[in-house]
Design a protein around this ligand. Structure first.
Ligand SMILES: Cc1ncc(COP(=O)(O)O)c(C=O)c1O
Length: 387
């Protein structure tokens, strides 16, 4: 294995647990047939892995009906499915400036082409939206609030439950983008008043790319925007209304779902709270290290309460991309630089003017040595390259 220090887990977790690779390999060799399409034993057994993964995810989100857990390509695909299936011309949506382009762009397109009006709630200086700021934005035609559970730029965990309560009081639906939190912290749809949650499989759930989905709360009906084969009731001309078929069609990514299953099992065995504590411990050490370097600025990282292990910083006077290139080229440290697909975060922080930030994001396999080497590298870069 290469000696790369991988600190880009917010983009995708890497490496995956050995168990994920091994399970995908053996599953695809032994069960790689089409699930739910045929009646022979192997097809049924393949289908069982899909259904068991639905069950594990449903239980993780504290949903009640595994059929309402639908698989998609990733959270971007899931969010698109939800928005296109929930919104109609004339609807109003409230979202925030902390969102990823997976939310911002579909909503922007809908505001341009589908007569959907969108309002944006800003975040405070610590990187959190204030639920009170949503109140004046609700209108008679507000149908949906879309909220990021945790920022992929600054790592702040948003007050979903308080916003969810406001939505429930007004009979407005809440769609949460849990791309950065699913698999990292507990998520309870019922307690948090979430109607629809979008997740991606390849980040903290430790599955492979090409996996993700939605849990659609009871009583919420998302219109299907795709139609096709479901493997059941093929004589019906109209696409099936019941979940999961309502939002799934065509052959599923079974090897991906099998990997996601193994990732979930790994998380269950290790404990997501323990992993989160581990990542936050590293994050604390990294931020403390950066704070000792005079020429760096961190963004919204003063108090790491209600945070995930994602840190954005800049070496003062140096373009983020240059810092990233030196970290990669000279120190073999992989991180991400730029706007991180969340342009409004940078617009509000003012980091758009300096082409974004350097983002370091921790995963279960990072160590204190990685933190030590990363801090040392940033210190050297700040010292020597800025002379
Ligand atoms: C907050 C947030 N939303 C959505 C996404 C999109 O995830 P995916 O690329 O898996 O669709 C990401 C990925 O970085 C993210 O961080």
């Amino acid at each position: 294995m290469h000696d790369l220090i991988y600190l880009d887990n917010a983009a995708t977790s890497f490496p995956k647990p050995e168990e994920v690779y091994a399970f995908m390999d053996s599953f695809y060799r032994n069960y790689g047939v089409n699930p739910g399409r045929s009646g022979y034993d192997l097809s049924i057994e393949t289908g069982n892995i899909v259904e068991n993964t639905r069950k594990l995810l449903t239980s993780y989100f504290n949903g009640t009906d595994p059929n309402r857990l639908v698989f998609s390509l990733n959270s971007t695909d899931a969010i698109n499915l939800a928005l296109a299936g929930l919104l109609e011309p004339g609807d109003h949506v409230i979202t925030t400036k902390i969102e990823h382009n997976a939310v911002l762009r579909p909503l922007y397109h809908m505001s341009l082409y589908n007569q959907v009006a969108v309002d944006y709630v800003p975040f405070d200086k610590n990187g959190f939206v204030d639920p009170d700021d949503f109140i004046p934005k609700f209108k008679k035609n507000t149908k949906l609030v879309v909220l990021n559970h945790a920022s992929n730029v600054i790592g702040t965990i948003q007050p979903v439950k308080a916003v969810g309560r406001l939505c429930r009081d007004r009979n407005v639906m809440l769609l949460v983008d849990a791309s950065q939190t699913a698999g990292k912290i507990p998520i309870d749809l019922k307690d948090m008043c979430i109607d629809v949650i979008a997740f991606t499989g390849h980040k903290s759930l430790l599955g492979p790319t090409g996996t993700g989905g939605l849990y659609v709360g009871e009583g919420i009906e998302i219109k299907h925007t795709k139609a096709g084969g479901t493997g059941v009731r093929s004589a019906e001309r109209h696409h099936l209304a019941e979940y999961p078929y309502r939002l799934e069609c065509g052959t599923l990514n079974i090897v991906g779902i099998a990997g996601l299953y193994a990732g979930l099992k790994w998380l269950e065995a290790r404990g997501i709270n323990e992993i989160h504590q581990h990542e936050m411990g590293l994050c604390r050490k990294f931020v403390d290290g950066l704070n000792k370097i005079t020429k760096t600025t961190t963004h919204c990282q003063n108090d790491l309460q209600n945070h995930i292990g994602v840190v954005s910083f800049n070496i003062d006077g140096m373009e983020a991309v240059n810092t990233g290139t030196i970290l990669d080229g000279e120190y073999n440290i992989a991180c991400r630089t730029g706007l991180h697909c969340a342009p409004l975060v940078h617009e509000q922080l003012g980091t758009d003017k300096i082409h974004g930030t350097v983002r370091i994001s921790f995963g279960p396999f990072n160590t204190e040595l990685h933190v030590h080497k990363a801090v040392e590298a940033v210190e050297e870069i700040a010292e020597y390259y800025l002379k």
